[in-house]
Design a protein around this ligand. Sequence first.
Ligand SMILES: NC(=O)c1ccc[n+]([C@@H]2O[C@H](COP(=O)([O-])OP(=O)(O)OC[C@H]3O[C@@H](n4cnc5c(N)ncnc54)[C@H](OP(=O)(O)O)[C@@H]3O)[C@@H](O)[C@H]2O)c1
Length: 329
Amino acid sequence: MKQAELGRSGIQASVVAFGAWAIGGWKWGGTDAKQSVDALQSAMDAGINLIDTAAVYGFGLSEQLVGEAIKHTPRDEIVLISKCGLRWDIESPTLHAESDGKRIFRSLAAESIEWELEQSLQRLGVDHIDAYLTHWPDPLVPVEDLVATMESLVTAGKIRTWGMCNSNPADIAIALKSDSFSTNQEKYSMLDRQQDALNLPSCVKHNLAFLAYSPMAKGLLTGRIDKQREYSAGDQRIEDPRFTLEALDTLQELLQPVQKIAAARQMQTHHLVLAWTLQQAGVSHVLAGARTAVQAKSNSAAGSVELRDHELAAIGDALNAWPGYAFES
Ligand SMILES: NC(=O)c1ccc[n+]([C@@H]2O[C@H](COP(=O)([O-])OP(=O)(O)OC[C@H]3O[C@@H](n4cnc5c(N)ncnc54)[C@H](OP(=O)(O)O)[C@@H]3O)[C@@H](O)[C@H]2O)c1
């Protein structure tokens, strides 16, 4: 497993991370606690030491399961990311979403972040989080104020570094005034390359970590989702236009040349997809979501794959020749 630094933080972490959204169950049709803990432990056994969770994933459940999985692992062997800023227990002026009978509000006010961090530390069973990220911007809190809040948490020893998700170059430019700001996390995959022209150039220029989320497009890019696939109630993919039968046909066109190269290298499609993502300019880590031990172990294998120049060129040609994805997720 290759390792890479979380930007300019000095923290080394496996380039493939365990993405712990799905194990929270919310938006993924439920979860199984034992299977989730097994998946996390299998990931760690396979060399993954970077775990990405968030308070809102399963409304605390994902963090609890991560805490359970790591409780016998020496703290310095794990790099923990968690996120703040989406509250389901209070109201703020900014409604983020309504889901599962809950209203989720954005808040990056200092006292809200401080309160959330204490809850996350308890659920995770640790005394600090390695990288603490804002989940979504709060239009009512200037980034300058956020910088002050995060700097104070670093000084207090409760977090080691911080970052922002779902951000933009202007906010990143302000956050860079904080020496402990190191990380940007955005949606990025073969189907989602908008960040090539948005945040990735800033991350390269300023030596920030870029963590690609949904790198397998919520499972689509594994090539394992066929027309017979059924989803549990509450799985977001039921209503996602990328998962319609028509869209699955379109996706097959994109995947064919990719699968040909994967077969020639005797690897599975998702290994090539994750390795390709990691080799895009500026991408430092991929957050691979997994719910089973088999998936987690398999995803870890991508962390030692190096694609050759001619393979990258062939995949690039296939992606460029493809008419583009007709449906936003
Ligand atoms: N900051 C943010 O706003 C944000 C947003 C989204 C995600 N994230 C982070 O990014 C992580 C990954 O994103 P994601 O979970 O949306 O999508 P993803 O990693 O692209 O896809 C995950 C899904 O793909 C399937 N899968 C994974 N490994 C597989 C394998 N080896 N073989 C077959 N199927 C496999 C599983 O779905 P099945 O149920 O079909 O098995 C799994 O739940 C999240 O867990 C989270 O940590 C962050």
